[in-house]
Design a protein around this ligand. Structure first.
Ligand SMILES: [Zn+2]
Length: 254
C-alpha cells in the first residue's frame, strides 16, 4: 500500500522562448513556455521538484526583458514559496530532474535543501562538456543525495523517482501519489502533450533513442492512470492553477 503526499503544489518559475524544434523536431517557429517546479509537502519534510531559473537570469520586477530566459524577482522559487506561506529555508530536499540551468538554477534559493539527483547526471554536469549547465548555480556547496536508478524517496511509495534519460544522461522524473491520483512530474523528458501523444522527438538530445524509450515509459504510466504533467507545455499549464494544491478545483480537468 502506498501513502499519499499531503499536497502537491505546481509553481511557475520563469519563462523561456526557444525554437519549437527544441521540443518537436521539424516544427518551424518559436514557442514561449513556462519554466516549472513543484512543492511536495510530506510529513517527513518539505521538498521541491526542480527550482526554475536562478540568479543569473533574475531581473527586478518590471525591468525590461533581457533575453530568451526570463524571470522576475517575484517569480523565483524562493518568492513563489513565500507566496504560498512556505519559508524557503524549511525546504529539506530539492529533487532535480536534471541540472540544466532552467531546472537547477534556483538551488541556492532553497539553501538548506539537499540536492537529490541521479549520480549519472551529477557526474555529467561536473564533467563540463555540455551546454545548458551553469556550474555556479548547481555547485553551491549544498549536499548531494545521489540516486542510482529507481528510488522511493520517503520509503512509503508516495514519491517514486525513475530514470528517464535521453534529454540528458541522468535525467529523472517523479511519480507523486496524491489523494486524487498520481501526477508524473516529467521534467524535460516529456516537454509537451504533443511529445507524448505523437511520440515526437526533439531535434537535440543527449541520446534520442533513449529519449524515445523514456517517452514510452510515460505512455505506460498514462495507461496506468497517472496524470502526466508536461513541464514546458503552455497550453497544459494554462489548465493548471500555480500556487494551488493539485488538482485544483478551478483547474479545468487534468
Ligand atoms: Zn533541459
Amino acid at each position: 500500500v502506498s501513502a499519499a503526499v499531503t499536497r502537491l503544489v505546481p509553481l511557475t518559475v520563469g519563462w523561456s522562448t526557444l525554437p519549437l524544434d527544441f521540443f518537436l523536431a521539424g516544427e518551424p517557429g518559436e514557442i514561449r513556455f513556462p519554466v516549472t517546479a513543484y512543492l511536495i509537502d510530506h510529513p517527513a519534510g518539505l521538498t521541491v521538484f526542480d527550482t526554475g531559473l536562478g540568479p543569473t537570469y533574475i531581473r527586478p520586477d518590471g525591468a525590461a526583458l533581457a533575453g530568451k530566459f526570463d524571470i522576475e524577482r517575484s517569480g523565483a522559487i524562493d518568492a513563489r514559496l513565500e507566496q504560498i506561506g512556505v519559508d524557503p529555508a524549511t525546504i529539506t530536499r530539492a529533487i532535480v530532474s536534471h541540472l540544466h540551468l532552467d531546472h537547477a538554477g534556483g538551488l541556492a534559493l532553497v539553501p538548506n535543501a539537499r540536492i537529490v539527483v541521479q549520480r549519472a547526471e551529477r557526474d555529467y554536469a561536473y564533467a563540463g562538456q555540455a551546454r545548458g549547465y551553469n556550474r555556479d548555480e548547481f555547485d553551491t556547496g549544498q549536499d548531494f543525495e545521489l540516486v542510482d536508478g529507481e528510488y522511493d524517496l520517503f520509503g512509503d511509495g508516495s514519491v517514486l523517482l525513475s530514470p528517464t534519460p535521453g534529454h540528458t544522461p541522468g535525467h529523472q522524473s517523479a511519480r507523486v501519489r496524491t489523494r486524487a491520483g498520481v501526477a508524473v512530474l516529467a521534467g524535460d523528458a516529456c516537454n509537451l502533450r504533443r511529445s507524448l501523444d505523437e511520440l515526437r522527438l526533439p531535434t537535440f538530445g543527449d541520446d534520442l533513442e533513449e529519449y524515445r524509450r523514456s517517452l514510452l515509459k510515460f505512455a505506460r504510466w498514462q495507461q496506468d492512470g497517472a496524470h502526466i504533467c508536461f513541464s514546458h507545455d503552455p497550453d497544459f499549464w494554462s489548465t493548471m492553477a500555480p500556487g494551488r494544491a493539485w488538482p485544483s478545483a478551478d483547474a479545468d480537468g487534468r
